[in-house]
Design a protein around this ligand. Sequence first.
Ligand code: FAD
Length: 307
Amino acid sequence: MNKYHHLYDQLIQHTNKENVLINEPIREHTYTKLGGAADFYITPSSYEEVQAIIRFANQENVPFTMLGNGSNLIVKDGGIRGIVMNLQQLASIWREGDKVISQSGARIIDASRFALEEKLTGLEFACGIPGSVGGALYMNAGAYGGEIKDALESTVVVTKDGELLTLTAEQLDLSYRTSNIPDNGYIVLEATFALKAGSKEEIKEIMDDLTYKRESKQPLEYPSCGSVFKRPPGFFAGKLIQDSNLQGHQIGGAQVSTKHAGFIVNKNNATASEYISLIQFVQATVKEKFAVQLEREVRIIGEDAEE
Ligand SMILES: Cc1cc2nc3c(=O)[nH]c(=O)nc-3n(C[C@H](O)[C@H](O)[C@H](O)COP(=O)(O)OP(=O)(O)OC[C@H]3O[C@@H](n4cnc5c(N)ncnc54)[C@H](O)[C@@H]3O)c2cc1C
C-alpha cells in the first residue's frame, strides 16, 4: 500500500476496472527493459475517460505521467509515483481523402504501413521508428531526412485541465526532436497527416531500403532506447563516441553498443542506475576529449530506488 492506493475505488469510477493495474512493473512496457513499478498503470478506452482521469488527478493532486511505447524513456529503478497513463486502447487509424488520421496509441510504424496500403506517400521515413504516434509528435520523431513536422497537419490534444483542443501542426512549434507539448502538458489523442497519392511500389521500395539500413546498422537484438544523444551541431554523436574508444564500454549490464556507438544497450539485466551512469560517463568522456557537450535525446523519469 502506498500513498495513492487508497484512491483506487475512486479511480475505477472513471474507467473499467480492467484498465487499472496496481504496482505494474514498468520494465514490461519500455524498450530498455528498465525501471521499477508504477503505482497505477491506466489504459483508458475513450477520450472522455482520458479527460475524466486528468481531472481526477488534478483534483486529488496525484502525479501524472504519459507513457507511449516506452522507446525513448529510461524509467528509474524506484518506479513512478501516482498515475501512469498509456493509450494502447486508442489506436485506430483511418483515411479521409488523402489524409491519414491516427489515434495516438497506434504505433507510428502502423500509421506508416497503413499509408503504404492506401498508396499514400509522406510517412515512409517513420516505417522503423518504434514509438507511438503520441510519442512521435512529442519529440518530432524523424529518420533518414524526414520528420513528423513534414507530414503533420493537425492534432487533437487534451489540456492540463482536461479540455479537448484541436491544434494545427504550426501551433506545436515542432523542431529538431522537440515540440511545445511538454511545456504545455498536452496529451496527444489524435494526429492528422496530410499525405499525397503515390505509387505503392515506389513507397514500398523506399521503406524496404530504410528498413535494410536500420537493421544493418542498429543493435536491434538488444533492448535499448535508440539513439541516446541528439546530433550536436557540426558533429555526429556516434562518431565522437567511437573516436573516444567507448564502444564496448560497460557499467554493470549496460554497454555502449559495439554495432552503433550512438546506442547504449541493456546487454545483461542492467539496472536503470547502471544505464544512467554509463550515459553520464559517455558525456563526460566526450566532453573531455572533444569539448562537445552531448545532449540527451532520451528522457529519464521516475524515482531512484530506496537504499
Ligand atoms: C531501436 C530504436 C530505434 C529508434 N529510432 C528512432 C529514429 O529513427 N528516430 C527517432 O526520432 N526516434 C527513434 N527512436 C526513439 C523513439 O522511438 C522515438 O522517440 C518515439 O517518438 C518515442 O515514442 P514513444 O511512444 O515510445 O514515447 P515514450 O518513450 O513512451 O515517451 C517519450 C515521451 O513522450 C511522451 N508521450 C508519449 N505519448 C504521449 C502522448 N500521447 N501525449 C503526450 N505525450 C506523450 C511521454 O510522456 C514521454 O515524455 C528509436 C528508439 C529505439 C528503441
